[in-house]
Ligand binder design. Structure first.
Ligand SMILES: Nc1ncnc2c1ncn2[C@@H]1O[C@H](COP(=O)(O)OP(=O)(O)O)[C@@H](O)[C@H]1O
Ligand SMILES: [Mg+2]
Length: 474
C-alpha cells in the first residue's frame, strides 16, 4: 500500500499531537465529509458557513482513516472515539503540511494566475503534460487560502509536474499562497476588469497579480501576456523583483511564444506559432481566440519544464471545452436541433467578449439565430453601469441580432443596444429562463453567460432538462 503521507511524517510537518489508535498512513486528504474517500484524512476546516468539526462523526462513518482537529474543539468532540491528530489550528496545520509537500517534491511546479483563464489554462496544462509524466493539479478552481494548501498537501511525493491555480479578490492574497507553492514557472494569463469593485483601476489589479513573482524560485521563469495593456507594468515589476527569466506570449512581434496566424472554426481552431525559433502548426480541439491565447502560454510553459513537445502539441488536438467554459450541446427540438454553448461558469468583460466571439463563429443552420443570453457581471463596483453598456460594442461588431438579458445591471446594456436588435429583457434569471424555454427554435445557437452568482447556469440546466441530446443526422 502506498500512502500519500505516513502518519509520522504528517505529524512532524504539522506539529501535531497523536490521540487514539492512529493508522500507519493516509491515502488522501479531504475537507468535505461527503466526498471523502476510504482511508483519507479528514481536516476539520472552519469555513464561512460550516465548521468541519461538526462533521467529524460523518467523516469517520464515511471511512476516514484519521481526523485532524483543533485543540480548542477537543472538548466538543468529547465522545467521539476516533484516531486524531490534534493541532493548534487546522488550516495552519494544512499550510504546514502543504509546505512539507513542496519541500519533499522534485516536481516542476507551475503556478497560474490572471483575471480570466486560470482554470482553462490549468486544465490545458494538465492535459498537455500528462504524456510526459505524473501530473498533480488543483481540483476545479481550488485557488484560495484553503484551496492552495489543500492542493499542495495532496501532492504525491512522486509527482513530476505540479500545477496550481492561484486566485485573488484583494491585494495581498496571492503573496502568501505563492510563497507556499514556490513555482519554477508562473503564468499571468491576462489582466482584465474582475473584482473591480475592490480596486481603483486595472493597474492596481496588475500590481496585485504581480505578487505571484515574489514566490518564484531563484532561477524561475515568468510568462506574461504581451498583448495585454498591463504588460509594461508587469514587466517592470518583474525587473524590479529580480525575476530571473521573463517570457511573453501573444500576437505581438516581440512575443517569445508568438502567434503568427489564427484560423478560428466553429468546433476548433488552427494556430500557427513560433516557439523557440520553430514555426509550428497546432490544431486546437476547442474553438476561440482566447483558447489559443491560453494555449500559447501553455506551450511556452511546457517547453520550459522539459515536456515532450510532440506529445504536448498532439494533446492540444484532443482538447475539450469545459463545462460552463464553452462546452457545447446539440439538443433536440421538434424534428430538428439547436446548439447550446454553456459559458455559465463565470463572467467579466474580458470573458464576455471571448464568449461573444465564440457565438459569432458558431454555425447556425437554416433560419437559425445566434442568440446571446446574458446575465449580470458582479463585483464591478462603481463601474458596473458603463461596463455592462459597453458590451453593445462587441455584440454589434459580431453581428449578433438576438440578445436576451436578465438582471438589474443588464438594463444598462438593454438601453445601449441599437434599436434594430431584437432584445428580450427580464429582471430575473428565472423569468428569462421561461423566455428561453419557450422561444428557442431549430437551427439556433444559444450562448449563455453571466457571473456565477447571477445564476444563468439555471437556464443551461433548464434547457438541458427540457431537450434531449440530438442524435439525428447533421
Ligand atoms: N484568455 C482568456 N481571455 C478571455 N476570456 C477567457 C480566457 N480564458 C478563458 N476565458 C473565459 O473566461 C471564463 C472563465 O474561465 P476560467 O478558466 O474558469 O477562468 P478563471 O479560472 O480565471 O476564473 C470562460 O468561460 C471563458 O469564457
Ligand atoms: Mg478558476
Amino acid at each position: 500500500m502506498s500512502f500519500l503521507w505516513t502518519t509520522s511524517d504528517m505529524m512532524a510537518a504539522m506539529h501535531g499531537r497523536p490521540m487514539g489508535n492512529l493508522p500507519e498512513g493516509i491515502t488522501g486528504i479531504s475537507i468535505d465529509s461527503r466526498s471523502l474517500g476510504n482511508g483519507e484524512a479528514f481536516f476539520a476546516i472552519k469555513g464561512d458557513r460550516v465548521d468541519g468539526h461538526d462533521y467529524a462523526g460523518v467523516a469517520m462513518a464515511n471511512g476516514a482513516a484519521l481526523l485532524v482537529v483543533s485543540e480548542a474543539k477537543l472538548p466538543a468532540l468529547g465522545r467521539l472515539n476516533a484516531p486524531m491528530i490534534v493541532v493548534d489550528d487546522v488550516l495552519d496545520a494544512m499550510v504546514r503540511l502543504g509546505c512539507a509537500a513542496r519541500d519533499r517534491s522534485a516536481a516542476k511546479i507551475i503556478a497560474v494566475t490572471g483575471s480570466v483563464g486560470k482554470t482553462t489554462t490549468k486544465e490545458m496544462l494538465r492535459h498537455v503534460l500528462e504524456p510526459s509524466g505524473r501530473v498533480h493539479a488543483s481540483v476545479a478552481s481550488f485557488n484560495n487560502h484553503w484551496g492552495v494548501p489543500l492542493t499542495l498537501s495532496r501532492m504525491p511525493e512522486t509527482t513530476d509536474f505540479g500545477i496550481f491555480e492561484i486566485g485573488m479578490n484583494h491585494a495581498d492574497e496571492i503573496r502568501p499562497l505563492v510563497q507556499m507553492v514556490r513555482p519554477h514557472v508562473a503564468i499571468i494569463t491576462t489582466i482584465a476588469a474582475a473584482h473591480l469593485g475592490n480596486f481603483k483601476d486595472l493597474g492596481e489589479i496588475a500590481a496585485a497579480k504581480a505578487e505571484i513573482m515574489e514566490g518564484l524560485v531563484d532561477d524561475g521563469h515568468l510568462i506574461l501576456n504581451r498583448d495585454n495593456d498591463q504588460f509594461d507594468i508587469l514587466e517592470k515589476a518583474a525587473v524590479s523583483q529580480g525575476v530571473a527569466h521573463v517570457h511573453s506570449f501573444g500576437s505581438s512581434a516581440k512575443a517569445d511564444f508568438r502567434m503568427v496566424e489564427f484560423t478560428g472554426g466553429s468546433e476548433g481552431a488552427v494556430l500557427w506559432a513560433v516557439i523557440d525559433g520553430k514555426t509550428l502548426e497546432i490544431q486546437l480541439g476547442a474553438p476561440g481566440r482566447h483558447i489559443a491565447d491560453n494555449a500559447l502560454a501553455v506551450i511556452g510553459a511546457a517547453s520550459l519544464v522539459g515536456a515532450d513537445m510532440d506529445a504536448a502539441l498532439a494533446a492540444l488536438e484532443t482538447l475539450q471545452p469545459e463545462k460552463g467554459r464553452g462546452a457545447r450541446h446539440r439538443l433536440s427540438i421538434g424534428s430538428g436541433s439547436f446548439t447550446l454553448i454553456d459559458e455559465s461558469y463565470n463572467a467579466n468583460p474580458a470573458s464576455m467578449r471571448a464568449a461573444i466571439a465564440l457565438l459569432r463563429d458558431a454555425e447556425v443552420s437554416g433560419e437559425g439565430r445566434r442568440i446571446a443570453v446574458l446575465g449580470d457581471m458582479l463585483e464591478m463596483g462603481e463601474f458596473a453601469g458603463r461596463i455592462h453598456a459597453e458590451l453593445s460594442v462587441p455584440l454589434v461588431e459580431a453581428g449578433i441580432r438576438d440578445v436576451w438579458l436578465a438582471g438589474p445591471e443588464m438594463a444598462h446594456l438593454r438601453d445601449a443596444l441599437p434599436a434594430d436588435i431584437h432584445i428580450e429583457y427580464r429582471e430575473t434569471v428565472d423569468d428569462l429562463k421561461d423566455v428561453a424555454l419557450s422561444s428557442v427554435a431549430a437551427g439556433d445557437v444559444v450562448m449563455i453567460k453571466s457571473s456565477k452568482g447571477t445564476g444563468c447556469g439555471r437556464i443551461v440546466s433548464a434547457l438541458l432538462d427540457a431537450h434531449p441530446v440530438f442524435s439525428g443526422a447533421a
